[in-house]
Write a protein that binds this ligand. Structure first.
Ligand SMILES: [Mn+2]
Length: 325
């Protein structure tokens, strides 16, 4: 773990213009962490813009301050510092490319991905942390910064979503203690967050899930399960990108299955793979083989080619991976 919080605060103190961003296809950790850093900078009296090029997924618009997150940066603020949260690499940042050309721009990288490339001038990366929200919570705690209920809820949502609501193996006693602190000291309501995230689904997303489940297959000796989500299904049941994020978990949840994969056709010949695994397999390594990355239990990559060919190629690779073990 690298945790240069003194360097972080020293740098922040010296600068005034900030831009904060998260990764493309933002999840709860990305949005929650973005809001938390925005809260901190505003509390310190800084000029700050929160930017996510794809906007906030509807499911997270219940978070206080989410309306302040813009799709592009405004013309008035010339950032001195860019803070990226929950981004494993520079290319994953949800910002227009021109930002990197701003002379003298200092980049701070706050993250928890094991595959983080250390692209910042200052890197605060803790791959042991369950979520970037957990990294930030530790910061707020150590720096003695009091939270408000809104930002506490954003941080709780960040940690809850990245841990599958405290079910995944990244849930530590520390994670639970932090969550308890948010509930006890800042009035976060776990039931309300769970309801907002899990019980406000669109009709289309459930119908789409039905279509995707019909493609479910199991192979490689029962250790791998996969599903396909193609453009035809998406045209039939249009949903936001974020609404299909949890589909892969159904493949992973089958008895005996160690790896679950969702093949999602983003457009013709561009297939995004979501990998999920049980304790036995580090899927970040499998995703990395195809140029992607992520965590041991949840990773992603994008391949080019027709869906059927990509599925065949990947399954052949996974079968080879098991044979070599
Ligand atoms: Mn995360």
């Amino acid at each position: 773990m690298t945790s240069d919080w003194q360097g972080f605060f020293k740098l922040i103190e010296a600068k005034n213009q900030f831009i904060v961003t998260c990764h493309v296809h933002p999840d709860g950790d990305a949005i929650g962490s973005l809001l938390a850093v925005g809260f901190l900078l505003k509390k310190l009296g800084k000029n700050v813009e929160l930017v996510c090029s794809e906007g906030v997924p509807t499911v997270y618009t219940f978070l206080e301050g989410s309306e302040l997150i813009k799709k592009e940066r405004g013309p008035s603020l010339l950032p001195e510092v860019l803070i990226a949260v929950d981004c494993a690499e520079r290319e994953r940042c949800a910002l227009a490319e021109e930002i990197w050309g701003i002379p003298g721009l200092i980049v701070i990288n706050i993250d928890h991905h094991i595959t983080n490339t250390g692209f910042g001038n200052l890197n605060i990366v803790d791959s042991q942390a369950a979520a970037t929200g957990e990294v930030l919570l530790r910061l707020f705690k150590e720096a003695g910064i009091a939270l408000e209920q809104g930002v506490a809820t954003a941080l709780y949502t960040a940690v809850a979503t990245d841990t599958g609501f405290f079910r995944y193996s990244n849930t530590s006693s520390f994670t639970l203690e932090l969550a308890a602190t948010l509930v006890k000291e800042y009035g976060v309501e776990p039931a309300k967050v769970a309801e907002q995230v899990h019980e406000q689904k669109s009709f289309n997303s459930i119908r789409l899930l039905g279509e995707v489940l019909c493609t479910l297959k199991v192979g490689v000796g029962g250790k791998v399960a996969w599903m396909v989500l193609d453009q035809e299904m998406l045209n039939k049941y249009p949903v936001e990108n974020e609404e299909t994020e949890s589909f892969v978990n159904y493949a992973r949840s089958i008895e005996g299955v160690e790896i679950g994969i969702l093949f999602k056709e983003l457009r013709a010949n561009e297939i995004k793979l979501s990998w999920r695994s049980s304790v036995n397999v580090d899927v970040s390594k499998l995703a990395a083989y195809f140029g992607g990355g992520g965590h041991a239990r949840a990773a992603g990559c994008t391949l080019n080619g027709p869906v059927k060919k990509v599925v065949d190629d990947v399954l052949r690779f996974v079968a080879g991976f098991y044979e070599a073990r």
